[in-house]
Design a protein around this ligand. Structure first.
Ligand SMILES: [Ca+2]
Ligand SMILES: [Ca+2]
Length: 288
């Protein structure tokens, strides 16, 4: 059935451009991934389309063994950075009986979202099993690391080490999903930080450009001032591997936020401003 659906979808997608319509979420792209802790989450959101960038189709086109044959359909991206080593399990429980969630997990340690987009970040789990209305994920007792449409709903737990960084894309095969629960509570590993679940909407075609906030001085040796001409939900400083260095929750329109980077190692960083219309990013050089 999934293969038939896949074939039909491919024909539709070949016939028409695949740009998503209407509202999407910044979290539908790797760069907007929400950092998770290993607890239980409720995600009552209908994700439609692939966001601003269709990372998975490009990835699939260049990775023969990647299981998500139809690329990125109706997706949302999460990430976790490992605190204490251990195992990771999770359960994606659909809230709707028609929803068939699939997923892939990428090891992005020492890499960035750019390596997923350029097809060089390794995927460590990939599941495309037909699981309409039922759960899928990683579970103790499972041994597979990848599943085709007729494969196992659950794959092997992931053994992770401290400091490693992983991205998870959860993709709904149907386009009218009503959300899911995401439960990591059986994991023995821990995470080093997590975000609140905040799904930032962005109108297609209206994502802000990198120049739309002020960042000075740059390069800097001690502090850097960030001024946003709009209300921002979150300001993040990440290193080039994607690891979070600093975070500032919320900034009013025109407010100047000062980040102290005196204790941050010299190097190149990204300042990400997350706001109602998307994510704006600029490079920051720290010199000492
Ligand atoms: Ca995407
Ligand atoms: Ca599935």
């Amino acid at each position: 059935m999934k293969n038939l659906l896949f074939t039909s979808l491919m024909l539709v997608m070949l016939a028409t451009p695949t740009a998503a319509q209407g509202t999407s979420y910044a979290n539908q792209d790797c760069v907007g991934a929400i950092a998770l802790c290993f607890s239980r989450y409720n995600v009552p959101v209908t994700f439609q389309g692939f966001g601003q960038q269709e990372e998975l189709r490009d990835y699939y086109d260049n990775n023969f063994n990647f299981c998500l044959l139809n690329g990125e359909n109706n997706s949302v991206w999460f990430k976790f950075e490992v605190g204490a080593a251990g195992t990771v399990v999770f359960n994606i429980e659909p809230l709707g009986q028609n929803d068939d969630y699939d997923f892939a997990v990428f090891n992005v340690t020492d890499l960035t979202c750019a390596e997923i987009a350029s097809n060089t970040a390794p995927f460590v789990r990939c599941n495309y099993a037909l699981t309409q209305g039922s759960s899928t994920g990683l579970a103790v007792g499972s041994t597979s690391t990848s599943a085709s449409p007729n494969g196992d709903a659950f794959l092997a737990p992931l053994a992770v080490d401290s400091g490693e960084l992983f991205y998870i894309v959860i993709d709904n095969f149907t386009n009218n999903g009503v959300g899911f629960n995401l439960d990591f509570t059986g994991s023995t590993a821990t995470t080093s930080y997590c975000d609140s679940l905040r799904f930032v909407t962005t109108a297609i075609g209206q994502i802000e450009t990198a120049q739309q906030f002020d960042l000075y001085p740059n390069p800097t040796t001690g502090t850097v001032n960030v001024t946003v001409p709009y209300t921002a939900q979150l300001i993040e400083m990440v290193d080039i591997s994607g690891k979070l260095v600093k975070r500032f929750e919320g900034a009013a329109k025109g407010e100047q936020i000062q980040l102290d980077v005196a204790s941050v190692p010299q190097g190149l960083y990204l300042i990400k401003v997350i706001h109602a219309k998307g994510i704006a990013t600029q490079k920051l050089q720290v010199l000492h």
